[in-house]
Design a protein around this ligand. Structure first.
Ligand SMILES: Cc1cc2nc3c(=O)[nH]c(=O)nc-3n(C[C@H](O)[C@H](O)[C@H](O)COP(=O)(O)O)c2cc1C
Length: 198
């Protein structure tokens, strides 16, 4: 007896079609679309209903202000590798105007390390929900842990309370400029171990 009317092929197609995009056209992703995507994110599984996800969304005007902040504080891009800092910042500043919106995703830290780990995992699941929802809407995505974007100063600039929240990543949302390559995956036979009865 099926428990839902969800169509397997549709879900599987979204999972396989989701791709990491790095080339966006520069067209905006509007607020309603960002909210539709995050509405799906917040339905991820989470133990004890902790709902540890927090989202700080930036529209294109905010992205331009963020760029000015990054230009004014170049030391941020030098973490964790000072030698590559300026080249990394230049690349980031080159790419940021192409994003249609950005979402900083954080989790509310728990004092118990086991709960903290579970909550971190729950927010990763929320991000995947967001990426799949975006894919189904025709929005290209990029889950980035760029040192400059997840730097505590950048997070604070975005309004994150870094005393109580940790960064899981920054989701870039936009309109695809090109079709990205499909990175290979290990076959199921390489990662699945059946534990059989006697
Ligand atoms: C936690 C996490 C952080 C990531 N951070 C970056 C990043 O900073 N830079 C980057 O190029 N890709 C990043 N990615 C994307 C991966 O490179 C990408 O998922 C991988 O190459 C597989 O490609 P696909 O997403 O198209 O299947 C990140 C992915 C995850 C799950």
């Amino acid at each position: 007896m099926p428990t839902t009317d969800v169509d397997f092929d549709t879900v599987s197609r979204a999972i396989h079609a989701r791709r990491t995009h790095k080339a966006f056209t520069g067209a905006a992703v509007d607020r309603a679309t960002v909210e539709l995507i995050l509405e799906n994110a917040r339905w991820a599984p989470n133990h004890r209903l902790s709902q540890p996800w927090r989202f700080h969304a930036l529209d294109q005007a905010a992205i331009r202000r963020l760029m000015a902040f990054l230009v004014a504080t170049p030391g941020i891009a030098a973490v964790p590798d000072p030698a590559k800092g300026s080249a990394k910042l230049a690349k980031l500043l080159d790419r940021l105007p192409s994003a249609g919106a950005l979402v900083q995703v954080t989790w509310v830290r728990a004092s118990d390390p086991r709960i903290d780990l579970e909550d971190h995992a729950a927010v990763a699941a929320a991000i995947q929900n967001a990426l799949l929802a975006a894919t189904a809407l025709g929005i290209a995505t990029y889950w980035s842990t760029s040192a400059a974007l997840v730097h505590p100063d950048t997070l604070r600039w975005c309004g994150v309370d870094t005393a109580t929240q940790g960064a899981i990543g920054c989701i870039w949302l936009g309109h695809a400029k090109e079709v990205p390559p499909i990175p290979p995956r290990r076959g199921l036979n390489e990662v699945l171990y059946w534990v059989e009865g006697t």
